[in-house]
Design a protein around this ligand. Structure first.
Ligand SMILES: *[C@@H]1O[C@H](CO)[C@@H](O)[C@H](O)[C@H]1NC(C)=O
Ligand SMILES: *[C@@H]1O[C@H](CO)[C@@H](O)[C@H](O)[C@H]1NC(C)=O
Ligand SMILES: *[C@@H]1O[C@H](CO)[C@@H](O)[C@H](O)[C@H]1NC(C)=O
Ligand SMILES: *[C@@H]1O[C@H](CO)[C@@H](O)[C@H](O)[C@H]1NC(C)=O
Ligand SMILES: *[C@@H]1O[C@H](CO)[C@@H](O)[C@H](O)[C@H]1NC(C)=O
Ligand SMILES: *[C@@H]1O[C@H](CO)[C@@H](O)[C@H](O)[C@H]1NC(C)=O
Ligand SMILES: *[C@@H]1O[C@H](CO)[C@@H](O)[C@H](O)[C@H]1NC(C)=O
Length: 224
């Protein structure tokens, strides 16, 4: 009798956890889906993701042992940071990142990513304190929507082919400490970061930036 009672208890407990998980484990499922989408959307010529990102081994927190993945807790598949620097990865910005909903840091630097930075970037990486897209092949304009990534401390977009003007709204990033857009194709006034110490180096090697730590901007009206 007592044995079947125990089995019944275990059954009840596992049913309880099963239904609980269907609620709280949703975020975790989303993070696994995030990494599946990232892997599927990028060319990986050196096989870094192919050899490490194995979705068949479904042990608890298995994605936390993937190359470049750091979780909030090693046994819980909730992604804290993604570091995929210098892996030869090729493709457009991996939109799957929108499903890693607790991400605080993203480093995709020194790869071969191309196309535009998503215009809804703040919906994709809303909580990041660090965003490093430097040394890729991103083109188009810098989205003003980055100004809604209000936790950003570090924003590195240098060594790409970004063009047009830098959105003045970026000056609203209250926590910014490191900012670089050097080595792009940018023109026009740099954002006003108030009393933050953003140096001329951050803007070097662009065809026409002015203001802030650089030369004052010329007036557009031609007089005389
Ligand atoms: C992934 O993110 C998109 C955009 O936020 C959302 O519509 C979709 O439901 C998410 N999918 C999963 C499985 O979380
Ligand atoms: C991916 O890895 C498997 C073995 O883990 C290997 O057989 C396959 O060739 C690899 N594919 C690529 C594109 O590197
Ligand atoms: C699954 O992952 C765990 C933890 O990384 C590891 O110990 C185990 O050997 C893996 N199993 C298989 C079949 O790869
Ligand atoms: C920019 O960000 C805000 C807030 O994060 C969002 O509501 C808005 O839709 C975004 N704009 C675009 C163009 O996607
Ligand atoms: C961002 O915009 C893309 C289309 O450009 C869309 O597919 C995606 O669902 C949007 N993501 C979020 C989180 O709004
Ligand atoms: C960057 O993109 C341009 C044009 O799309 C292409 O000609 C160039 O080879 C790319 N550079 C790299 C390093 O992928
Ligand atoms: C996004 O940022 C703009 C300023 O760039 C601001 O006016 C707007 O209220 C912000 N939206 C949200 C939802 O925070």
């Amino acid at each position: 009798m007592s044995l079947s009672r125990r089995i019944l208890d275990i059954l009840i407990v596992s049913l309880f956890w099963g239904s609980l998980c269907s609620d709280i484990c949703f975020g975790v499922e989303s993070d696994i889906y995030c990494l599946r989408r990232i892997k599927a959307s990028l060319e990986d010529p050196f096989g870094y993701l192919n050899s490490s990102w194995n979705f068949n081994n479904n042990t608890e927190g298995f994605i936390c042992r993937f190359t470049g993945i750091e979780c909030w807790h090693p046994d819980e598949s909730k992604v804290l940071n993604i570091h995929l620097r210098d892996m030869g990865l090729k493709g457009p910005f991996p939109m799957g990142i929108e499903n890693c909903t607790s991400l605080t840091g993203l480093d995709l630097s020194s790869n071969k990513l191309y196309g535009t930075i998503p215009s809804n970037i703040s919906d994709v990486v809303h909580f990041v304190t660090s965003l490093d897209l430097s040394s890729n092949n991103f083109s188009g304009t810098i989205p003003a929507n980055l100004s809604n990534c209000s936790y950003l401390n570090d924003l590195l977009l240098d060594h790409n082919r970004l063009s047009g003007q830098i959105p003045p709204e970026l000056g609203l990033l209250a926590r910014i400490k490191k900012f670089s857009v050097s080595n792009n194709l940018l023109i026009g006034p740099v954002p006003n970061f108030g009393n933050k110490d953003i140096k001329a180096d951050s803007y070097a090697n662009n065809p026409g930036l002015c203001g802030g730590p650089l030369e004052p901007c010329q007036s557009h009206t031609i007089t005389g």
